[in-house]
Ligand binder design. Structure first.
Ligand code: SF4
Length: 465
């Protein structure tokens, strides 16, 4: 598909802006809104766009969902229990609305994009006023206008791959910002629903990304996180075949102090990217590289397209080019048919790599994926025992790998008050590790220089310099 065909035309965006003005003029329009977000950073960023559009319709944020005139659930469908939780919360709001009959309830996000979900909303969730899929996000003003005017349920789901540029955004943080560079995924890992609900991979035009990044630099943002399901394959299908490394290099030149990105796929991680990171001025020395399993047979069944050896080769290349780089990963335990020996391969990979952090999950089948119909589900008790062993190993190794920071100077971007003390703040260092230092609310959003003095229970503490 040509890039021009998937980009929402300017005229359509202007039409939506017109609908936003019309909603604002409606006598009984909602005056406040609340967005409930599930899932990953991409969804969190979509919620910022939803909030941006709602504010152009004259709405202001409400403190609590039960106080809002318009409540929208931006859902995720990666895990089935997240989906159940979202639907449970939507149903709870139906009860709340008995006290607040004018409340408008909406549901959007990738759960709505699942086959059959629109019918379920129409049949079983009649109290939901508005539901729309990810391809219709930019049409929120029009859909809300229709809902408010007709008083009837509006459900819009399209199976289309689109890119909508320059939507209004209300960013949650002033110091750090998300910047989506691509949408969708072509990888079809056998356990993952994303390609079915988020569509084929499509990259944003590099000039639009640069314009957005320049705007963020001018607004004083200290950190940006480039987002995509598989940022390493950025550029596929774009004229001139730009690469992710090339894009990163250009963004590095804008002077934003800290640049991060997420998520990477080991099979697409190029030498050019490693060199760009090593030479970059502002690209942080951190890498999230999901491995999922340390066993080649399981990796094959997962359809990951790399072997354990290839993964380890990428890690050593990365570490040789950027010594001390912060490395994190995702691991799935008990994939269908995983034997004890295959699980041990994952344990040995974890021992070999020594990650700074690892997100570990017990496999749970996702309806609609290939793995969901695979034989060999692992009994719960076995999975629980395996994941405990893996977590214990990771914690023990983490305690050792984090020691390298003690005594060092680090710059942290303060994210908030420490959970343990109101006289301390915590933030992320350049290597993605969390550090707690003395401070107060005024430090939130600042970059602080500190010396790391202590490591206890995998938590680094330091003092300001
Ligand atoms: S790379 Fe695999 S796990 Fe990641 S979004 Fe794509 S299909 Fe899902």
């Amino acid at each position: 598909m040509q890039h021009a065909e998937i980009t929402v035309p300017q005229e359509e965006l202007a039409r939506q802006a017109e609908f936003a003005r019309s909603v604002k003029e409606l006598p009984h329009r909602p005056e406040s809104y609340y967005v409930v977000t599930y899932g990953c950073q991409m969804n969190a960023h979509d919620s910022e766009k939803i909030a941006g559009m709602l504010e152009t319709m004259g709405m202001v944020p409400a403190e609590k969902r039960e106080e809002a005139d318009f409540v929208i659930f931006n859902t995720c469908c990666v895990r089935e229990n997240a989906e159940r939780r979202a639907l449970g919360n939507v149903t709870w709001l139906k009860e709340v609305r008995k006290q607040k009959p004018d409340m408008v309830i909406a549901v959007c996000g990738c759960m709505i994009q699942e086959p059959g979900m629109a019918e379920i909303i129409l049949r079983k969730y009649k109290f939901v006023d508005l539901a729309f899929g990810t391809a219709n996000l930019h049409r929120l003003p029009e859909l809300l206008y229709e809902t408010l005017n007709s008083g009837k349920q509006t459900v819009q789901v399209e199976d289309r791959d689109v890119i909508a540029e320059e939507l209004p955004i209300r960013r949650l943080r002033k110091d750090a910002a998300y910047l989506t560079i691509m949408y969708g995924c072509d990888n079809f890992c056998s356990y993952c629903i994303v390609p079915y609900v988020r569509g084929r991979e499509r990259s944003r035009d590099p000039e639009s990304i640069l314009r957005e990044a320049e705007g963020l630099a001018a607004s004083g943002v200290k950190e940006i996180m480039l987002l995509g399901q598989n940022v390493n394959s950025y550029g596929k299908g774009l004229p001139g075949n730009p690469t992710f490394a090339g894009l990163l290099k250009r963004i590095d030149g804008l002077g934003i102090p800290r640049i991060r990105f997420m998520t990477s796929h080991p099979k697409d991680m190029s030498d050019e990217l490693i060199e760009t990171m090593a030479e970059g001025k502002h690209i942080l020395p951190q890498f999230h590289l999901p491995v999922q399993s340390g066993n080649n047979e399981i990796l094959k069944k997962m359809n990951r397209h790399y072997t354990r050896e290839q993964y380890l080769e990428r890690v050593s290349k990365l570490r040789a080019a950027i010594p001390g780089i912060g490395l994190s990963t995702d691991i799935i335990v008990s994939f269908p048919g995983e034997t004890e020996a295959q699980f041990e391969d994952t344990m040995s990979l974890v021992r070999e790599v020594r990650f700074d952090s690892a997100f570990t999950f017990i496999y749970s089948p996702r309806t609609g994926t290939k793995a969901a119909s695979m034989e060999g589900m692992i009994p719960e008790a076995v999975s629980a025992e395996r994941i405990q062993r893996l977590i214990a190993l990771q914690e023990q190794l983490q305690q050792e790998t984090l020691k390298r920071f003690v005594g060092r100077e680090e710059e942290i971007l303060v994210e908030g008050l420490s959970r343990r003390s109101r006289l301390a703040v915590s933030g992320k260092g350049r290597h993605a590790v969390s550090v707690t230092v003395d401070g107060n609310e005024q430090d939130i959003g600042r970059i602080l220089k500190c010396r790391i003095t202590n490591l206890k229970n995998n938590t680094l503490t330091g003092e300001r310099i």
